[in-house]
Design a protein around this ligand. Sequence first.
Ligand SMILES: [Fe+2]
Ligand SMILES: [Fe+2]
Length: 198
Amino acid sequence: MDFPSSQEMIDQVVQIAKGFYARKDRAHDLEHALRVRNWGKKIALAEGADVTVIELAALLHDIGRSGAVEKTHAQSSAGLAVNILHKAGYSEDLIARVKEAIIAHSREAGYEPETLEAKILYDADKLDFVGAIGLGRLFTLGGVQGWPIMGENSCESFYQERIQGYQEHLFTKTALTYFKPLFLYMEEFWRQLHSEMI
Ligand SMILES: [Fe+2]
Ligand SMILES: [Fe+2]
């Protein structure tokens, strides 16, 4: 019997993840997960982390966003990820490390990223909310939530309350290096937007 290669196993996980991400919130869809995977791999290589753990955690980190049964989407995603990876034949040790990274990728669950892989997943996820892609995602999310551009409960207030603070929370030097120019681009966007108000 031929065993699937590690790449084939990951491709299988992508296919399963695709089903979970097929929903209206396009700010947290498969494309987001794939970009987080790319950022995660880049950071993992620079920081000497386990690329497979990062890759699997990134692909599955937001699958529990719809129909959440646990307290938070991070916990739901982690629970679903454990089942998927078990069925795919991954080792207990690897599954535990992926689970830990997914649970800690969002602060809403009250977990702090402790392992290097959890820190990298956290950082990679935040990098997808800055730059031109970040702006695209912000307004996509605003559309789903019914937010105005500015004012109370708006795209701008989400930006000010969440995204502006990411810089102080990133864990890895590598992510911070990538973050800075993308963040400045976003800051400039809001300056421009306000300058257009007559
Ligand atoms: Fe998330
Ligand atoms: Fe995410």
